[in-house]
Design a binder for this molecule. Structure first.
Ligand code: ADP
Length: 427
């Protein structure tokens, strides 16, 4: 293992994995921190260049987030990682209490490195940092809609200030003018800040070339913190050092035979469009929580419909609904209760479909994917080829049989995602 990463949420972890695979690293995502006592040949995949531990720590209580992150670090260190990465969202999702600052402080302390850069920039996704200010979609973060986020409202775009409020360390800046001069200048600036006693450097980046140069400058850093963009330059460091062996296609997965299915619990606009497109080609069953307000009964209805339809042509089971329908369901059951009801039903359906021979499955929705993966006992995902940016096929392993899973965060993917995913597998 060359790189050991800790991600503060599930879909963010997959995003980072995809970036590393694109850079030529064979990458495995672990669901939560494996227990050290369980560490055996199956837990540290012997041929993985990078391991990303996916936590759910972004909005957890600070103490819990720190503990989980340190446990992940401990595990990755024991697994032999040479460099560590703390992955957070490219919109720096956090509050004055944390969790970015406290988690990074704890990791720096545990590693004894005294310093880390912080760079959430991801220009491909329109996240850029200029003079320490984070822009999202071409506007300042605090005018991008993120100022209204229900859990982590970002009301200040100045990351030097934002991070300063979350740490007892001090925060410096490597500004655009320096970053634009390349890796040597960036390295010198970071060394200077560390010597002045700064614990962090917010590093500007407005282009992929900047990300690559920052990655090169941080080659010998024990810890790097940022969005998945800043991982862009890291595979090249390992390659230059002769550590990253070229071993064929890093996204190659073994073929898995079996039935195919789509489960959709996302109500986001992109997913609704993808379902509309799928209806033209595939059989679709819609769960109706209003007429059947019981998870087991909802699942039983869907499974009865699926009977006799499972095979090479994917079936689609969806709870997804447009905003007015979702509002009606939420008005009846409450928002969280409605979510839990449907997630429980979906997780149950996922489990039963696998029991009936489904081995290749797309799940749409972040929370829905989390519920399905937990119910299926999945512990690790080996990252395969990307279907659309940020959504790869993965080989899932755990307590059940090996499965191909594509876990799609709601807003990701092109309109033909559901059919394209299976065409890629030759299904
Ligand atoms: P996304 O990635 O689009 O945010 P998630 O799966 O994370 O998707 O979240 C969608 C949430 O909406 C889940 O909790 C899911 O159970 C819930 N949900 C799905 N369908 C409906 C519906 N018809 N009515 C109300 N809630 C729904």
């Amino acid at each position: 293992m060359l790189l050991g990463a800790i991600a503060d949420d599930f879909t963010g972890a997959t995003d980072l994995c995809s970036m590393l695979v694109r850079g030529g690293m064979r990458t495995v995502q672990l669901i939560g921190v494996p227990r050290l006592s369980e560490m055996g040949p199956n837990d540290v995949p012997p041929d993985a260049d990078a391991v990303v531990v996916a936590l759910k720590s972004r909005t957890a209580p600070v103490k819990e987030a720190v503990e989980q992150s340190l446990a992940a670090l401990h595990w990755l260190r024991a697994g032999g990682a040479r460099q560590f990465f703390f992955k957070y969202c490219s919109t720096f999702d956090s509050t004055d209490k944390g969790n970015i600052g406290p988690v990074a402080d704890a990791l720096i302390d545990a590693l004894g490195c005294g310093f880390a850069l912080a760079c959430p920039a991801f220009p491909t996704n329109a996240r850029t940092v200029y003079l320490g200010h984070l822009f999202a979609g071409g506007v300042l973060l605090n005018e991008s809609g993120m100022e209204n986020h229900p859990l982590t409202p970002m009301k200040d775009a100045n990351l030097v200030r934002v991070l300063s409020r979350q740490t007892d360390g001090t925060v410096g800046l490597v500004p655009f003018g320096t970053v634009d001069q390349g890796a040597v200048a960036i390295r010198r600036a970071m060394t200077g800040l560390k010597e002045q006693g700064r614990r962090y450097a917010i590093v500007d980046a407005v282009s992929d070339a900047h990300l690559v140069a920052i990655g090169e400058a941080a080659e010998h850093h024990a810890l790097i913190t940022g969005g998945s963009g800043i991982a862009m330059g890291l595979p090249a460091n390992f390659r230059r050092a002769g550590l990253l062996k070229e071993a064929g296609d890093p996204s190659a997965l073994p073929a898995v035979a079996g039935h195919t299915a789509v489960l959709s619990g996302s109500c986001s606009r992109a997913t609704l469009m993808q379902l509309g497109r799928a209806r033209e080609h595939l059989p679709v069953f819609e769960l109706d929580p209003l007429t059947m307000p019981d998870a087991a009964a909802l699942a039983a209805g869907a499974l009865a419909w699926a009977e006799g339809k499972l095979g090479a042509t994917p079936i689609v089971i969806a709870a997804s609904a447009p905003p007015e329908k979702v509002a009606a369901v939420q008005a009846r059951f409450g928002r969280d209760e409605a979510g839990t009801l449907i997630e429980d039903a979906m997780a149950h359906i996922a489990f039963e479909l696998v029991a009936r021979g489904v081995r290749r499955m797309v799940v749409a929705g972040g929370e829905t994917s989390g519920a399905a993966v937990a119910r299926l006992g999945v512990r690790s995902l080996r990252i395969g080829p990307e279907i659309d940016p940020g959504v790869p096929w993965t080989l899932a392993e755990g307590s059940g049989p090996p499965l191909m899973l594509a876990l799609k965060s709601g807003n990701f993917g092109a309109p033909d995602f559901f059919t394209k995913a299976f065409q890629m597998l030759g299904a």
